[in-house]
Design a protein around this ligand. Sequence first.
Ligand code: UT7
Length: 323
Amino acid sequence: MAGRSVVVGVGHYLPERIVPNSEFEKTLDTTDEWIRTRSGIERRHFAADDETTSDLATKAAEAALADAGLTADDIDAIVLATSTADLTFPSAATMVQARLGMTKGFAFDVQAVCAGFVFALSNANALILSGQAKRVLVIGAETFSRIMDWTDRSTCVLFGDGAGALVLEAQDGEGTAADRGILATDLNSDGRYKDLLYVDGGVSTQSTGHLRMQGNQVFRHAVEKLTKTAETALSRAGLRCADVDWIVPHQANIRIIQGTAKKMGLPMENVVVTVQDHGNTSAASIPLALSVGKQRGQIKPGDLIVTEAIGGGLAWGAVVLRW
Ligand code: UT7
């Protein structure tokens, strides 16, 4: 017998406002054609002015709880991945906790930018395996529209807002790769690459700041690091790329997604792709893709999934799980 963290519910929320690429043609020296061919993005959702990250997160959490047939009373912990929390403190996770009417347990944020959901999943898994929680809500939620420089065409056309959530539950498994639940994780960071992707402001530097990215430099790291972390996590679970039913990648750029799948030796038929509709939603992109992938009928119980992500830090990692 072995403890496993099994996904028992999934849900997501996207803000109402959808912005097609053509909107940017009005204010920037860019085209729908450039954005589509370089990134695969066709549209993205932006939060309303009075809509915050914890609003999006709460709606995604409610959808995941409904999918699991559970209520907030059944949850022991909330782990929320975000780089765009409503306030400097308290955590967005505690705000979601209050909004869900959850008066026990604990909640905290995880900040690993676009790799945030992979880090949050790994932390939630550790809480379950160490017996500190039986059921954990794991949320990725972002309002990256708040940190865009709308005059910088190389970044502001790429990002969007949204939220996704999973409910993880402690269950017994056999200790083999045939078990449902999280089978292995792999986390990495290398702070020497800070200047490739960062926000040029923050509390301690006394401003909010804007996202700055050397996109082509991040791109150069992405395919290699994502393939390696996915293969590492798979080998820790005693599995190979050929065993994978679905790659559910961070949705930053279709060319990175295609390059990683190719390096892993898997066709695009085995990849859940949402980047065309959501843009890059940072820590929200993987749970959004898991939720949409299930809705589309792609992801089914028993499927072997590898999620992988890279972003600011650089920070990157992968989680292997059986749905
Ligand atoms: O989620 C966190 C991790 N982030 C990522 O994974 C993002 C990784 N990077 C990327 O997705 C891509 O590098 C981008 C989509 C950001 C850019 O694609 P690229 O093929 O690497 O293009 P580039 O940055 O090398 O730029 C090519 C040209 C440049 O012009 P010059 O110097 O060749 O004259 C840019 O100025 O494209 C220009 N450019 C644009 N042109 C029209 C940059 N942004 C735009 C734009 N519209 N929006």
